[in-house]
Write a protein that binds this ligand. Structure first.
Ligand code: ADP
Length: 182
């Protein structure tokens, strides 16, 4: 069997997997795993606001009144290397029978659609919902990479590179298997 891939080309773009702190990446936009109040929190959300500074929260408060689960909004990236943050709201895992898979798919789809609407080329995303929200990563990773592929093969999209920034080698291995199986 072929070794699990860390990079695959689709259309004119590439999906890459990286073990990294997403707040350090120099890309057009990083995706934040936000919550529907957009009020900040733990995990990636806490790291994004710490690294980007207070400007991101100011902009969220000025421009948005929360964000429904399965959707996303965009702001600047404050003092991070990235140019924008796309705050995507994934679902909290209950038992898998409350539309969790569709909501996760929708969160990624909306995030990548916003990136394309803004003409962005390079985007990095974390594994949305698989931390504090408890979504099993073995179910989440195939959805994440499938939505990334869909975004990259969309006609006339500006997107050329989607990187998943995974926090642990275990998470990286699960995404790698999902990417190989696409
Ligand atoms: P959620 O509330 O949507 O589950 P979390 O932020 O709790 O979001 O976790 C999502 C995933 O992101 C988890 O796998 C977590 O380990 C990972 N993570 C946490 N901080 C970072 C970071 N700075 N960069 C990339 N991934 C991170």
């Amino acid at each position: 069997m072929a070794p699990d891939a860390h990079e695959r080309a689709f259309g004119t773009g590439t999906i890459s997997l990286l073990r990294a702190d997403i707040t350090t990446l120099d890309v057009d936009a990083i995706v934040n795993a936000a919550n529907s109040s957009l009020a900040g929190g733990g995990g990636v959300d806490g790291a994004v606001h710490r690294a980007g500074g207070a400007q991101i929260m100011r902009e969220l408060r000025e421009r948005y009144d929360g964000c429904p689960t399965g959707s996303a909004v965009i702001t600047g990236a404050g003092s991070m290397s990235a140019r924008h943050v796309i705050h995507a709201v994934g679902p909290r895992w209950r038992d898998g029978r409350h539309g969790e898979r569709d909501l996760l798919r929708s969160a990624y789809r909306t995030a990548f659609a916003i990136a394309a609407e803004h003409g962005l080329t390079t985007v990095a995303a974390p594994s949305i919902s698989t931390g504090i929200y408890g979504f099993p990563i073995t179910h989440a990773a195939p959805i994440a990479v499938d939505e990334a592929r869909t975004a990259l093969v969309a006609p006339a999209t500006s997107l050329r590179a989607i990187t998943f920034a995974l926090f642990s080698s275990g998470d990286l291995a699960v995404f790698s298997e999902a990417l190989s199986s696409l």
